[in-house]
Design a protein around this ligand. Sequence first.
Ligand SMILES: Nc1ncnc2c1ncn2[C@@H]1O[C@H](COP(=O)(O)OP(=O)(O)OP(=O)(O)O)[C@@H](O)[C@H]1O
Length: 244
Amino acid sequence: MEVTIKVENLTKSYHDVKAVEKINITVYRGEVFGLLGANGAGKSTTIECILGTKKYDSGAVSVLGMEPQRHRKKLFEKVGVQFQEANYQDKITVEELCKVTQSLYKTTSEYMDLLGKFGLLDKVKSQVSELSGGQKQRLFIVLALLPAPEVVFLDELTTGLDARARRDVWKGLSDLKAKGLTIFLTSHFMDEIETLCDKICILKKGKIIFMGTAKEAIESSPYEKFEDAYLWYTDEEDLENESI
Ligand SMILES: Nc1ncnc2c1ncn2[C@@H]1O[C@H](COP(=O)(O)OP(=O)(O)OP(=O)(O)O)[C@@H](O)[C@H]1O
């Protein structure tokens, strides 16, 4: 199997806070990989180190066989990133933003196809500033996929989306996965993780406390539901006291 992302002993501190410590991750081509953990567990730091937008203290990272900080430009052509907030002019339509984004890349996907896949076809002529939060979120997924990337990073995949839109996003991503796209995502929704991810990694205070499939996570816990198992991994000591 072809390795798409390889992270070895990744360590990063902010002053005296160890945000991630000796993390090892391998993601194969065509896999959907889910990075989980409570707020502050180290997910964003890990993603930023993998993308080369943050400097790590020690360890090694390779994406599509390239070192992100050294091959930033070349990687930019093949890696898609979903931003939570994008910097675009106020008065720009969805179509114009798609075209501007396309102009940054050598090869691109058809924006109309992607807007259709993610339920935004009727918004093509709308101003981006007039979209709802959930529509913007989907537009950011479309923008991440426009370069026809080999791997895409989706941080907090469906935060802010309604139930229908979440299902549409899952379907859109599953179709792209079937075509060989590698997907690296974070999410706080356990149903989404269970549905989409081939492999998950749970971080707690910057360290990996579980790596495997969602099914394996359940099997190695005392619980039958993935969300219960996840909570057991992330805060073992508190779960027994909960009444709901
Ligand atoms: N720029 C920074 N300066 C100092 N500390 C930081 C900085 N960025 C993150 N941290 C700290 O590093 C730790 C990991 O943060 P990180 O943002 O990676 O977590 P996360 O898992 O992405 O959280 P969330 O789910 O809330 O987005 C936290 O303790 C956080 O306070």
